[in-house]
Design a protein around this ligand. Structure first.
Ligand SMILES: [Zn+2]
Length: 459
């Protein structure tokens, strides 16, 4: 081999080396990226033909073009061909129902979305993604029918609603009072539901309605015309005394242990912290436990005897009392009393009149030592300020079980029981659930007549 042929083979080597390097660089460069666009839409969905389908396409090198085809009887019809001048990394568009299209018997519409990016890969043609979307056409709204409900509801109180909701593709049912929503439970037979509903004392615009929504977003709404009984709750002005704040309030702050006493600038601030901040956080715990709604028994078997939690207990404060606290002649804070205070003797036994399951035990700020019992259908009872707790979370208890003893833990000045009724997390008037006549008329009779009606409908 002479020197010139040696030189030419060196050139060849250099040439091929440069080619491989160039190809490698191209392969890894953004302009030649090989990732096809991503078409963001479920491949199977329900469509009411009213709301357009929202489709989003993303690509790292930017989109060049997208096409929408209608697939029908083996043919592919181009509905839209969009070329993008700006190669955006993300494009969103709405797909409206094609005009004059007859659906097949399966009520399906099939589309193909094709998207091409602006990469130079594949001889400058770019990367293409295809996605088939099958839409089940459902333009029929759910059937919604009231079966039975309580005749009336009192401000601060509870009512029961039983209804039927049917749809081939039912997604969810919901009962609302105008501000809060309630989760219904299956009732007796397929397609039937029941829910307790409350009228919170702070809600001046109570309006009960049921909503059923299917997978395609078709919606049915029915109003529940409950006879509304207004009730005024007591408002009282109370003077805060120094010895109360230096005593009970200070020791409760220390017991809670979240803030040192020295961090408060005034006595009013200490009281506001307990009456507002701690109360709010305690009530959110109660509300959360109350919404767990374990459905411990079938809704149509729900039956209760009037609650009588404290033998010979005298009422010392009512549900709904609006308390306004003043300090040195100035407004300091306010609160609503969300239970019934009963007092008898010190360390008196507390009874859960109805059977249930223990869902909470423990210290809870202003409520002191607390027990919460789930009785089914979203109804729970709460017992506060206890000196002793005799049950554990998870226990199942029978009628008339002693669950502990009264005391003065938490924000209590004397030994008493704070008794609360909670419906799906909402604290409501206790006296209704302590009244045999109210329970019969508003709850038990409604369940009975709903069952009779469902049986007579023969399904
Ligand atoms: Zn109380």
């Amino acid at each position: 081999m002479n020197s010139s042929s040696k030189f030419s083979s060196f050139l060849y080597l250099l040439f091929f080396g440069a080619l491989i390097l160039g190809a490698f660089l191209l392969y890894n460069s953004k302009a030649f990226e090989q990732n096809p666009p991503v078409i963001d839409s479920p491949s199977e969905l329900f469509w009411n033909l009213k709301d357009p389908l929202k489709i989003r396409i993303v690509d790292d090198s930017g989109l060049r073009n997208y096409r929408i085809y209608l697939l029908k009887d083996g043919t592919k019809t181009l509905l839209e061909n969009m070329t993008l001048e700006k190669h955006l990394p993300e494009v969103s568009f709405e797909l409206h129902p094609p005009k004059n299209v007859m659906f097949n018997r399966e009520r399906l519409l099939e589309f193909e979305i094709e998207a091409t990016d602006s990469s130079n890969w594949s001889f400058f043609a770019g990367n293409t993604a295809k996605k088939k979307i099958t839409a089940v056409i459902d333009t029929k709204r759910p059937m919604l029918q009231l079966v039975a409900h309580s005749y009336k509801i009192t401000k601060g109180g509870t009512a029961l609603v039983v209804f039927k909701a049917e749809d081939e593709f039912l997604d969810r049912v919901e009962v609302s009072n105008g501000s809060e929503s309630f989760k219904p439970q299956p009732f007796y037979k397929k397609g039937y539901y029941a829910s307790l509903i409350t009228w919170p004392i702070t809600n001046n615009d109570f309006n009960a309605k049921i909503t059923a929504i299917d997978m395609a977003g078709n919606m049915a709404i029915t109003n529940v015309n409950l006879f509304k009984v207004q009730k005024n709750y007591r408002q009282s002005n109370l003077q805060l005394k120094d010895d109360f704040i230096d005593g009970k309030i200070s020791s409760l702050i220390e017991e809670i242990g979240e803030r040192p006493l020295v961090s408060f600038k005034s006595k009013v601030e200490m009281f506001k912290y307990i009456n507002e901040e701690i109360r709010l956080s305690n009530e959110s715990v109660i509300s959360k436990v109350g919404q767990a709604n374990l459905a411990i028994l079938p809704a149509h078997e729900f039956s209760l005897i009037p609650f009588y939690p404290l033998r010979n207990g005298a009422a010392v404060a009512s549900f709904g009392d609006h308390r306004i606290f003043n300090y040195a002649g100035q407004f300091a804070s306010e609160s609503y009393h969300m239970g019934l205070d009963l007092a008898s003797v010190q360390n008196a036994p507390i009874v859960s009149t109805n059977a249930g399951r223990i869902v909470f035990t423990g210290f809870l700020g202003i409520y002191g030592n607390v027990v919460m019992v789930d009785h089914g259908l979203g109804l729970m009872t709460l017992y506060a300020h206890m000196s002793e707790i005799h049950v554990q979370k998870g226990d199942t208890i029978a009628q008339n079980s002693v669950i502990g003893k009264t005391g003065m833990t938490g924000l209590a000045l004397g030994d008493h029981l704070h008794f609360g009724i909670i419906v799906q997390g909402q604290e409501v008037s206790c006296v209704e659930w302590m009244d045999a006549k109210w329970i019969k008329e508003s709850i038990t009779d409604v369940i009975k007549s709903a069952r009779t009606l469902i049986d007579s409908q023969g399904n």
